[in-house]
Ligand binder design. Structure first.
Ligand SMILES: C[S@@+](CC[C@H](N)C(=O)[O-])C[C@H]1O[C@@H](n2cnc3c(N)ncnc32)[C@H](O)[C@@H]1O
Length: 354
């Protein structure tokens, strides 16, 4: 028998139940530890306090109480305590609990986590515990890192549906992707949005390493860019980019599949270049200058040690000079740590032709 507790409540006609529930809720009057109950055409809403003395206007109840609300004392079921930590559901051998991850990323309906070797034998148990706490998830996967030119995660589903395709929501966008075939990081959502909000009306943008298109689609949604050219060498990334263009009903994105170096001749002059290939972006910087208008912005991603940032910015300024541009201002945006010693940065370079 679930535990019960007595509480002051409002007895309201069922037909007006939702109306009054919202009114009490908006005024923080509902006791959320107790379950609302319905009996014989009435809803009993447990309250934190008797509304006597509370101005009816502020609760926005009808002044003349047409609906005959009664306030009375009743017994209510107490909501079972929520378990919000998957660790409490696990009984692992002594000493292993401390190795359990304290956080994990969620992409769509898939949780992705890193597990130390000591926990691999218990991965299914761990995955099931996460699924039972996070009811909105369908699967849990181990992430062994991003690899290769396509920057694809090596993942293995450890619990739930054996499906690696999912739809992730980011700042109002819906992005469909298959985690086992394309790169995507939910940690860059804020950066996709930041860049989109910088784009001015009429700009032509080049997303040189576009993946499934989060920068391009965000820009299309949140700016008045005229055209966005999106290149990626991974054919699956292109397939998902095209699906995402449809899913988000955007129109000014031009997807190009292949090596940026080979496709660059198909791109017109642009006002902004996004270069998110953090270990190798700078090897392609000549392409950005080749296609840059008289003035423009390059968002160059780089993973480096914090101690090298200053020197790296000096190197970038020198590179501008080599390609006939100058950069008066390079802004550094720290996008988070990549490893103990390395951080992921975006360098926003405002460049002008000399
Ligand atoms: C780190 S991901 C970035 C994806 C995307 N910008 C995002 O934020 O989700 C880098 C992408 O560059 C693509 N890539 C790698 N080398 C490339 C090249 N030479 N030309 C075009 N795309 C390339 C990879 O396939 C991968 O999708």
């Amino acid at each position: 028998m679930p535990s019960q507790k007595r509480s002051i409540c409002a007895k309201v006609p069922l037909s007006k139940g939702e109306y009054y529930r919202k009114r009490f809720f908006n005024n923080n009057l509902i006791n959320r530890n107790l379950m609302i109950k319905r009996i014989d055409g009435f809803l009993y809403i447990p309250l934190l306090t008797h509304p006597n003395g509370i101005d009816n206007k502020s609760v926005k109840l009808k002044k003349n109480n047409d609906d005959n609300i009664e306030y009375k004392n009743e017994s209510f079921e107490i909501y079972p305590k929520r378990i919000n930590n998957y660790k409490s559901l696990l009984s692992l051998p002594d000493g292993l609990n401390k190795d359990l991850p304290t956080s994990f990323d969620i992409i769509g309906s898939i949780a992705i986590l890193k597990l130390s070797d000591s926990l691999l034998d218990y991965s299914n148990q761990i995955g099931k515990a996460i699924l039972s706490v996070h009811k909105n998830l369908n699967s849990v996967a181990i992430d062994s890192g991003v690899k290769g030119d396509f920057r694809i995660r090596k993942i293995k589903i450890i619990a739930g549906e054996k499906n690696t395709e999912t739809i992730h929501k980011e700042y109002g966008l819906r992005l469909i992707l298959d985690l086992s075939k394309v790169y995507y990081s939910p940690r860059l959502g804020k950066e996709h949005y930041r860049v989109a909000k910088l784009v001015r009306s009429g700009e032509v943008v080049l997303d040189m390493f576009a993946g499934i298109g989060p920068f391009a689609i965000m820009i299309s949604k949140y700016s008045r860019a005229s055209q966005i050219y999106s290149i990626d060498i991974n054919k699956h990334a292109m397939e998902y980019l095209i699906k995402n263009i449809d899913l988000n009903k955007v129109q000014n994105i031009f997807p190009l599949e292949g090596d940026a170096r080979k496709l660059i001749h198909r791109i017109p002059l642009v006002d902004r270049v996004i270069m998110n290939l953090p270990f190798d972006s700078d090897k392609f910087i000549d392409l950005a200058f080749q296609k840059m208008n008289i003035h423009g912005i390059i968002h160059l991603h780089k993973i480096i040690n914090v101690d090298h940032v200053k020197n790296y910015k000096t190197e970038l300024k020198e590179k501008c000079g080599i390609y006939g541009f100058e950069s008066k201002r390079i802004k550094t945006i720290n996008l988070g740590s990549y490893s103990a010693k390395l951080n992921h940065y975006c360098f926003d370079m405002s460049v002008s032709k000399i």
